[in-house]
Design a protein around this ligand. Structure first.
Ligand code: PMP
Length: 398
């Protein structure tokens, strides 16, 4: 029997990271693969208090259906936080709460993409976004990048030559997977270009608050004068991913479309998750919590960078992130990171994510992504040492 699936499923692939999860969760494996926040920093005790309060004070509302837009007090907290941190001028009415920002990536694909439309993204880009958009059968053009993110001359060249670009997907702050951040001049130039071509932009910003050093930079949304930028936020990395609270800020026209697809997909985000997160903002100091994350992740970043310097061969290059959860490693040409992982790293019980799936059109097999937020210092050092050995073996085999 042949089951006839929709054509769009031919493009769909499971996430390379999720497929690795089974291996990386084995206790003997030192995993730099997932993008997981450190569970020891989750505010568990605080959430016990919060959930008790929500249920005692308002249990029957918390367990009920609620509006698609989201729980208004939470939307007010999110708008205020954005305005305080990101230089925006957002009101609660401009926010739609989603089931993590991942859901909004799917919705953006759904409202913008017909088959063979073009999506632009950074090269490399977040593989979860590539997978989400892929369901709508677009063509991707990945815009070349350097150490300061997307190269604006290349972007302009691509826009000049292609009239089917529907939107541009970018992560200007501590990008997943590269750890790179766009400086101010790039952001300004980017806005100038998108205003000229009037192309919608999805600005995905899960990591912006996790800055270890340097000055905060204005979000693209804060520079948006034409309502072209959709800003995607999430509580996954500053509080915890399990409640699945993300949000999008967009112009009324775009927000109305997103609202309709949200209704059709799942009616609304979880009422109780939203009320608990809102209560957390009411009674606890979110800034103090984020400060703690910055300290721990910043320290782990430094531990990883120092260990790489000590144990990786000179021909290997990597990025130095000033925030976020990831660094990006470039191996000498000819070494395939997928083969390295399978034949050399996993046998030594070390895991990372090979880079190829982060490129929508493939290639760049000599790259991989490393996460530093989820392992204690001694495991980071031990893992990098083992990985250094694995890479040296692979270079010797060349
Ligand atoms: N965008 C980026 C760039 C991410 O790294 C992630 C999580 N890994 C997401 C979106 C999705 O996060 P969530 O759905 O938990 O908000």
């Amino acid at each position: 029997m042949t089951i006839k699936f929709a054509e769009r499923t031919n493009n769909m692939e499971g996430s390379a990271i999720r497929e690795l999860l089974e291996i990386t969760q084995r206790p003997e494996v030192i995993s730099f693969a997932g993008g997981m926040p450190a569970p020891e920093l989750f505010p568990v005790e605080e959430m016990i208090e919060v959930s008790r309060k929500v249920l005692e004070e308002n249990g029957r509302v918390a367990m009920q259906y609620s509006t698609t837009e989201g729980y208004t007090p939470l939307r007010e907290h999110l708008a205020k936080r954005m305005n305080d941190k990101l230089n925006t001028n957002v009101s609660a009415e401009e926010i739609l709460v989603t089931n993590g920002s991942q859901q909004c990536l799917d919705f953006i694909g759904k409202i913008f993409l017909d088959k063979d439309d073009i999506v632009l993204c950074e090269s490399p880009s977040y593989l979860g976004a590539i997978n989400a958009f892929n369901a709508y059968q677009p063509k991707f053009i990945d815009v070349p990048t350097d150490e300061n993110g997307m190269i604006m001359e290349e972007l302009e060249k691509i826009l000049k030559e292609n009239d089917k670009v529907k939107f541009i997907y970018v992560i200007p702050d501590f990008q997943n997977p590269s750890g790179r951040t766009w400086p101010l001049e790039r952001r300004e130039k980017f806005m100038e270009i998108i205003n000229k071509y009037e192309i919608p932009v999805a600005e995905d910003n899960p990591y912006g608050e996790l800055r270890f050093e340097g000055e905060d930079l204005p979000s693209l949304k804060s520079m948006d004068t034409k309502g072209l930028v959709m800003f995607l936020g999430t509580l996954s990395k500053i509080l915890c991913p399990g409640y699945r609270i993300g949000w999008v800020v967009a112009s009324p026209e775009i927000l109305a479309k997103l609202n309709v697809v949200k209704q059709a997909a799942d009616l609304q985000a979880s009422t109780i998750s939203q009320m608990e997160m809102s209560k957390f903002f009411d009674i606890f100091d979110v800034d103090a919590h984020v400060e703690k994350l910055r300290e721990v992740y910043g320290h782990r970043r430094t531990v990883m960078m120092d260990a790489m310097k000590e144990y990786f061969p000179e021909s290997v290059k990597w990025t130095y992130p000033n925030g976020g959860l990831f660094t990006w490693v470039i191996l000498p040409e000819g070494i395939d990171a997928t083969v390295l992982q399978k034949e050399k790293a996993l046998p030594h019980n070390v895991a990372f994510v090979p880079g190829e799936p982060f490129f929508p059109n493939g290639g760049h097999t000599n790259t991989f992504r490393m996460n530093y937020s989820n392992m204690p210092d001694e495991k980071i050092v031990e893992g990098i040492k083992l990985l250094g050995m694995a890479i040296k073996e692979a270079i010797a085999d060349l």
